[in-house]
Design a protein around this ligand. Structure first.
Ligand code: NAD
Length: 377
């Protein structure tokens, strides 16, 4: 058995269809009476902001509904000013990973200004995609003023959401493309958790169980977004993926997706969908023992094939699933104005990225990453 060490966080997690109404318990149970909401327009357009308002009444003191992808530093300053002005005592992130990341960024900024061993204002997370940020004490923030813009990661136990509300009904309107791409993001969390340098027994158990649920449910959610049973199973898979991610460091795949998102503005789920098969292939000679159970959980038959061949079958299976769900399979089709001539600079940036350098297979030169990016082009 390997030695292990990890941190876990005190979080209350509520999972049920209709769970949004349970937020009404928060003021009494936690003593939060002045809540600020970070979300974006899609949540207002589909009535979820109104539902939340009717649950919280006057206790919802401010709504910021313009969160942009990849948490832009300029917007954090804006929301921070609102939190101070309104004397907010908790911050809600409702939506995808960007809205939840914004809530964490505001909580972090206030905790940094008023240090204590408790968050200055705690985070409540209500996810409506499968990105998994709700379970972690990490967020990425994009420093928009840098040339090129750069996404950096902040980790602090105090920003782990104290209350997480999973309501599968909030995901029924998630369009097929976002269902697919954020679902592959969840799958990627499980894969990188399994081979993480800091892997531990609970994160591995959550990852394998997460892969099974995602394998069962993602395609069904893609085909019929209104299937509440499939949506519930997929959100359960995303929860386990987030849990597996929460206590480990990620590797090449996630670090590279952050560079593609922060610098080249590739949507996070799309970056994950394109890169994951290539990251699995790149790491195969080192990580096959950890990923063989993942391949089996996704239905790759092990009969008569070596672990390395099973890795190729796993990468191919994910590549095909990405194509069947009409997501781009190649970086040239990522739709972010990326040019092939950008790849060397992106490889250089990725080489300096701390998450990339935590990869289980050592990365000793940018050329290794450039080759991967060219394979994905
Ligand atoms: P996102 O939050 O940027 O949202 C993408 C789009 O989905 C937005 O336009 C949003 O309006 C829309 N959307 C969200 N829910 C919807 C719904 N139910 N129906 C219709 N539209 C909906 O994207 P994301 O993929 O959820 O999150 C990506 C971000 O989260 C990245 O910045 C990534 O780095 C971060 N992230 C962080 C962690 C972590 O542990 N900190 C984990 C995963 C992702």
């Amino acid at each position: 058995m390997d030695d292990f060490r990890y941190a876990s966080y005190a979080q209350e997690v509520i999972f049920s269809a209709g769970a949004l109404t349970r937020l009404g318990e928060a003021p009494d149970r936690f003593g939060w009476n002045r809540l600020l909401l970070c979300t974006n327009r899609s949540r207002r357009a589909n009535g979820q902001v109104d539902s939340l308002k009717s649950v919280l009444g006057d206790q919802l003191v401010e709504i910021f509904d313009r969160v942009q992808p990849h948490v832009q530093d300029i917007q954090v300053d804006e929301v921070l000013a609102l939190a101070i002005e309104q004397n907010a005592d908790a911050v809600i992130g409702m939506g995808g990973g960007s809205s939840i990341g914004m809530a964490k960024a505001v909580s972090y900024a206030l905790s940094a200004a008023f240090p204590s061993n408790q968050p200055f204002i705690p985070v409540i997370a209500i996810p409506s995609t499968y990105a998994g940020s709700e379970m972690t004490a990490v967020y990425g923030i994009t420093q928009a003023g840098e040339t090129p813009p750069r996404k950096v990661t902040v980790r602090d136990a105090k920003i782990a959401p104290k209350l997480v509300i999973y309501d599968p009904l909030l995901t029924l309107d998630l369009p097929p493309g976002l269902t697919a791409s954020t679902g592959i993001n969840a799958l990627a969390h499980c894969m990188e958790a399994l081979y993480s340098r800091t892997r531990n027994p609970p994160s591995g158990a959550a990852a394998i169980r997460g892969i099974r649920h995602i394998g069962n449910a993602l395609w069904r959610c893609y085909q019929d977004g209104n299937n509440v049973e499939a949506r519930s199973e997929m959100l359960t898979g995303a929860h386990l993926a987030g849990l597996s991610l929460a206590s480990v460091t990620m590797g090449l795949h996630h670090g590279l997706c952050h560079v593609l998102g922060g610098t080249a503005n590739v949507p996070h789920g799309i970056a994950n969908s394109i890169i994951l098969p290539h990251a699995i292939r790149f790491n195969a000679d080192v990580t096959a023992p950890q990923l063989v159970p993942a391949a089996e959980a996704l239905g790759v038959s092990r009969k008569g094939i070596s672990p390395i061949v099973a890795m190729e079958a796993l990468a191919q299976k994910i590549f095909e699933l990405v194509g069947e769900m009409n997501l781009p399979q190649r970086l040239r089709d990522a739709g972010a104005g990326l040019r092939e001539s950008d790849l060397p600079a992106l490889a250089q940036l990725a080489f300096q990225n701390g998450t990339v350098q935590n990869n289980p297979k050592p990365i000793t030169q940018p050329a290794q990453i450039e080759t991967l990016l060219r394979n994905a082009w």
